[in-house]
Design a binder for this molecule. Structure first.
Ligand code: HPA
Length: 244
């Protein structure tokens, strides 16, 4: 079964036929909200809003462990994350949809593994390719089939937030090889790997990163909502195609 984690700009899936809700409890506490169960086309799907129903949970406060555990427990095998990002690479204009292939983690202090605590054996997952090759291929094919442009391959830098970055921080991320910057990619991707979920992300470019292009002086926060709204319609179309 496919689970979709919706980020900023995607708090529900209008094209989902809802059949139920599940309040999940996990050994790691409560997920961001009740899981929405339903169907899109021919697929059973589960939806979870990462930042909670009223968008009240900041990126560093999201209980990533509970979210992924709850999705797995409800029967998910694959997880598609939808996440808004800032663009460092100039060609990724606001509104672009991107399928990242690599991550760099700059977050700190977030519970980031299931393999800790008393009596839990240490386990080092392979994370050379942080995103699922098979799910990335399905998403790429779905986007192609419905004619939505999806940029294939990008390095996603995960910052701590909730504040946006300084221009110098973005310069540093670029020197590190990052194309995109967001606040939720980690530890989500690593936790998914730890519990053997096939995980991939569609990154939705909301703005140019700090100090770049029209964000040279400041990021125009007031224009982000409209950019995301238009882009999320295209994400929904890709998801519909994925579920055919
Ligand atoms: N930086 C970090 N996260 C983001 C941004 C950004 O510029 N835009 C949307 N999410």
């Amino acid at each position: 079964m496919l689970a979709i984690i919706g980020g900023s700009g995607l708090s529900k899936l209008g094209n989902m036929q809802v059949t139920g809700r599940k309040v999940a409890r996990t050994p790691y506490g409560e997920p961001s909200g009740a899981l929405t169960l339903g169907r899109i086309g021919a697929c059973d799907v589960i939806f979870l809003a990462r930042h909670g129903h009223g968008h009240t949970i900041a990126p560093h406060e999201v209980n990533y462990r509970a979210n992924l555990w709850a999705l797995k427990d409800a029967g998910a095998l694959e997880v598609l994350s939808v996440a808004s990002v800032g663009a460092i690479r100039a060609a990724l204009a606001p509104g672009s949809l991107v399928l990242p292939h690599q991550i760099v983690d700059y977050t700190w202090g977030r519970p980031a593994t299931y393999f800790e605590g008393e009596g839990v054996p240490v386990n080092h997952i392979d994370f050379t390719e942080p995103y699922s090759r098979s799910l990335r291929a399905k998403i790429r094919e779905a986007a192609g089939a419905c004619g939505e442009r999806l940029v294939d391959g990008a390095v996603y830098a995960t910052t701590q937030g909730p504040r946006l970055e300084t221009a110098a921080e973005i310069d540093r991320l670029e020197r590190d090889g990052a194309d995109l910057v967001g606040m939720t990619g980690m530890p989500e991707a690593a936790l998914a790997r730890e519990i053997s979920l096939e995980y991939a992300a569609i990154a939705v470019v909301a703005n140019y990163a700090a100090g770049r292009a029209d964000s040279k002086q400041a990021i125009a926060l007031e224009s982000i909502a409209a950019v995301l709204e238009a882009a999320m319609d295209r994400v929904r179309r890709i998801i519909e195609e994925l579920c055919k």
